[in-house]
Design a protein around this ligand. Structure first.
Ligand code: SF4
Length: 226
């Protein structure tokens, strides 16, 4: 079985449309590379998460979700893995967690289209569970994330939650570095709490999340103006 054996077109003919690239020039190479990576990702069966369709809430779901395809973004946001809503629409961070994130971006005058948004693991886990038992999928799926970083070449990577942060800084505790820039082999990393409603149920966590997004937006705006 190879990563290419899965025919994603059979199960998602409408959600993903490839662009007509016949007129593309050199400056479009990033978007072309992302198209190619998206095809690879949606067809991927490198680990068990992508090997079969899921059945949830009466819907058959393809577990793969790639990225928001914002090829000209200078900043990358890396979350954990997609949930139900993301799988239905094929876009990362559009569920309740994504809404929390968007609301704070809006409140700080930063629009989502300035960010390339992706996940460290591109497939949904059954029942939306993601804990240390799922760490092996981070290692396998990071092959795709590494290629995304090569294409986007972000000025800074914003990690949402400890799973994403520990991939980039395995020897550091996220709680010691929240809202601060951490210099790693991958470049500057800016860790923030994962914006899932469950995660932010605690008021002090929610306040910290809001404060860190405010700082992150300031840093992004400053780097954009340089
Ligand atoms: S989780 Fe990643 S490595 Fe596993 S099948 Fe999905 S895309 Fe492939």
């Amino acid at each position: 079985m190879t990563p290419f054996d899965f025919d994603s077109r059979k199960c998602r003919p409408a959600k993903y449309k490839l662009r007509d690239t016949s007129h593309f020039g050199f400056e479009d190479s990033r978007s072309l590379m992302l198209d190619i990576l998206q095809i690879f990702c949606l067809s991927c069966r490198m680990c068990e998460l992508g090997k079969s369709m899921l059945e949830e809430k009466g819907k058959k779901l393809d577990p793969h979700v790639f990225s928001n395809m914002q090829h000209d973004a200078k900043f990358m946001v890396v979350g954990q893995n997609p949930g139900f809503n993301e799988c239905v629409r094929g876009v990362p961070f559009i569920g309740a967690a994504g809404q929390n994130f968007d609301d704070e971006l809006d409140a700080n005058g930063l629009s989502r289209d300035k960010l390339y948004i992706t996940n460290i693991v591109k497939c949904k886990t059954p029942g939306n569970k993601f804990d240390s038992r799922h760490s092996k999928y981070k290692q396998i799926c990071s092959a795709i994330l590494k290629l995304e970083i090569q294409v986007i070449k972000p000025k800074m990577i914003i990690t949402l939650g400890s799973h994403a942060f520990s991939f980039f800084a395995p020897d550091k505790r996220m709680s010691n570095h929240l809202g601060d820039i951490v210099w790693t082999d991958w470049g500057p990393i800016f860790p923030i709490y994962h914006p899932s409603p469950m995660n932010l149920a605690d008021k002090s966590r929610k306040d910290k999340f809001k404060k860190d997004i405010r700082i992150m937006c300031k840093v992004v705006r400053k780097l954009l103006s340089n």
